[in-house]
Design a binder for this molecule. Structure first.
Ligand SMILES: Cc1cc2nc3c(=O)[nH]c(=O)nc-3n(C[C@H](O)[C@H](O)[C@H](O)COP(=O)(O)O)c2cc1C
Length: 170
């Protein structure tokens, strides 16, 4: 059965990561399709899920949490991995080290009952134009630098691990 790589993205970098994950899964011989979670009303038709959302205010975007809430029963019965796309790569020094503390905060905000087999926080793209003035000031105070921080080898390695768990006979 096909794997759904579901995504929720505000400015596109999470969607591109999801497309990339789907293509790596296909390269490993699995059927996989990337789709915005907001457009999926047939979750029951997929055999496994890799779900990812941009992180705003230490939470998944509303369409992503809504998808999880609306499909909890299906997700509980099938293998699920999740990824969050934030900006730890854009931060410096102590703030960068504190980024791993964001994972439990994000998980706390997800609907209870979701039991993913794995959760990764990847860095995405952060540009000045995405943030209001107050957000830009806060970002600079945290030592942030705007840019594209996607770590494609790390994303590939995680996806290859997932493929290894889903391939028949493994
Ligand atoms: C309004 C706003 C709030 C954000 N809040 C967080 C946050 O709380 N934690 C974090 O790690 N990244 C945060 N980010 C960074 C984004 O998650 C990051 O830029 C990500 O790549 C966005 O993905 P997208 O391009 O799919 O929208 C925020 C970005 C914006 C624009």
């Amino acid at each position: 059965m096909e794997i759904l790589v579901g995504h929720a993205s505000a400015h596109g970098s999470t969607a591109e990561i999801a497309e990339h994950i789907a293509s790596v899964l296909r390269g490993a011989g699995l059927a996989a399709r990337a789709r915005p979670m907001a457009e999926v009303d047939d979750a029951d038709g997929y055999g496994a899920f890799v779900l990812g959302s941009a992180v705003h205010g230490q939470s998944w975007l509303a369409p992503a949490t809504a998808f999880v809430r609306d499909n909890l029963a299906v997700l509980a019965a099938r293998p699920v991995w999740i990824f969050s796309v934030g900006m730890p790569g854009a931060l410096r020094g102590p703030w960068k080290r504190m980024a791993s503390a964001e994972i439990p905060v994000i998980e706390k905000g997800l609907p209870a009952g979701l039991r993913p087999r794995g959760h990764r926080l990847f860095s995405g793209v952060i540009t000045a134009g995405q943030l209001p003035l107050a957000g830009r000031l806060r970002f600079h105070l945290l030592g942030g630098r705007f840019g594209d921080y996607r770590d494609w080898p790390a994303i590939d390695a995680w996806t290859t691990e997932i493929a290894g768990r889903l391939l028949p006979g493994r």
